[in-house]
Design a protein around this ligand. Structure first.
Ligand SMILES: *Cc1c(COP(=O)(O)O)cnc(C)c1O
Length: 352
């Protein structure tokens, strides 16, 4: 079952959308409860929340555009790059396997999509991306750590692409950067063609609130800002975001759970003879073989929902498992072990 294209499995442990499996900060709940009837009757004023968000990222306020989830940020960036151009030959470059909204958003606004496949073991295709950059390139989507592979793109590779695509907009989607080392934000002032995307859906546990942001030089942001509905963030999400960024203890606690969970998934995969790839994000991609949809169904029957990535030509035989609270990961590992025992998983016999 899906709602608006997103899998909606029903009850059970949700390890299929990389949500924070422990929920959001208590400070967020308190801030939401504190809203009054008058607050909800009022059009939002974003000055304070933008200020808090800018301070959080260490940039000036005019470098920040709040969006209704980073999904909206991806969409409005696509609009700014293509919609007014009225030229169906302009291109968006998407290294694959990729987060679907890059493809759907760029397609919706009339871009030609240029897919760049990964190297062995999902290595980032630097040469492939560089060789597809042409005068037709308007937008390049880079995602580090990548969803669904968990792999990162090196600083040097990012710089080379940004420089080679200086006539285009380069989006660096850092949706999972809180689980990895180092954001590109510290280099952002050097580039006018780069937009960094962040979300509060994953590490901060605010997926239901729909809040993300774009960060870029004000001139870079201007055409995107004018393509964005002016009151796109509701007042509840704005209050939630302010509270979330005020809770400095929340993130390190959750990141430690994620690190431990990733390690458990690697160890279990090795034990079961399943291939998996080291991840810098809050999920691990594992290859369960040709019967991946049956594996997903077998896990769901045990109340554990994981993401079937096997229909994507660039991640054949793979499922993606969210690595959140350790107890949740352990439940997923037990379910996977039962699936392995039932013979539905293709195993390779022995340790890697
Ligand atoms: C989850 C995700 C996002 C954004 O999610 P929102 O909930 O819309 O903020 C963006 N990019 C990637 C790669 C993601 O996985």
């Amino acid at each position: 079952m899906t709602t608006q294209g997103i899998p909606s499995p029903g009850d059970g442990l949700r390890l299929h959308l990389n949500e924070n499996t422990g929920g959001c900060s208590d400070r967020v709940l308190a801030a939401v409860h504190a809203l009054t009837a008058t607050d909800l009757a009022t059009y939002p004023d974003y000055r304070r929340v933008v200020g808090a968000c800018a301070a959080h990222f260490g940039v000036d306020q005019d470098w920040v555009l709040l969006t209704n989830g980073l999904d909206e940020g991806i969409f409005v960036t696509s609009v700014a790059c293509f919609a007014r151009a009225h030229d169906a030959s302009l291109e968006a470059i998407v290294p694959v396997p990729a987060f679907d909204p890059y493809l759907t958003s760029a397609t919706a606004v009339g871009a030609r999509i240029v897919r760049v496949p990964p190297g062995p073991d999902f290595a980032f295709p630097l040469e492939g991306v560089l060789s597809t950059i042409t005068p037709k390139t308007r937008l390049v989507f880079l995602n580090t750590p990548n969803n669904p592979t968990g792999q990162t793109i090196s600083r040097e590779a990012l710089r080379q692409i940004i420089e080679a695509a200086s006539h285009a907009t380069v989006v660096i989607d850092e949706a999972y950067v809180e689980f990895a080392d180092g954001s590109f934000l510290d280099e952002l002032p050097r580039y006018r063609n780069v937009v960094v995307g962040r979300t509060f859906s994953k590490a901060y546990g605010l997926a239901g609130m729909r809040i993300g942001c774009l960060i870029a030089h004000p001139e870079t942001l201007e055409p995107i800002r004018t393509s964005t509905p002016v009151l796109n963030i509701n007042i509840v999400a704005a209050a939630a975001l302010q509270a979330a960024v005020s809770d400095a203890a929340f993130l390190p606690r959750y990141a430690a759970q994620v690190t431990a969970s990733r390690q458990r998934l690697y160890d279990a995969s090795r034990r079961f003879g399943i291939e998996c790839w080291p991840s810098a994000a809050n999920f691990v991609l594992v290859r369960v073989g040709e019967r991946a949809p049956e594996v997903v169904a077998a896990l769901a029957a045990q109340g554990v929902h994981v993401r079937d990535r096997s229909k994507d030509a660039y991640s054949p035989g793979c499922i993606r498992i969210t690595a959140g609270v350790v107890a949740h990961t352990d439940a997923a590992i037990s379910a996977l072990e039962a699936a392995v025992a039932s013979g539905v998983v293709t195993v390779r016999g022995g340790d890697k």
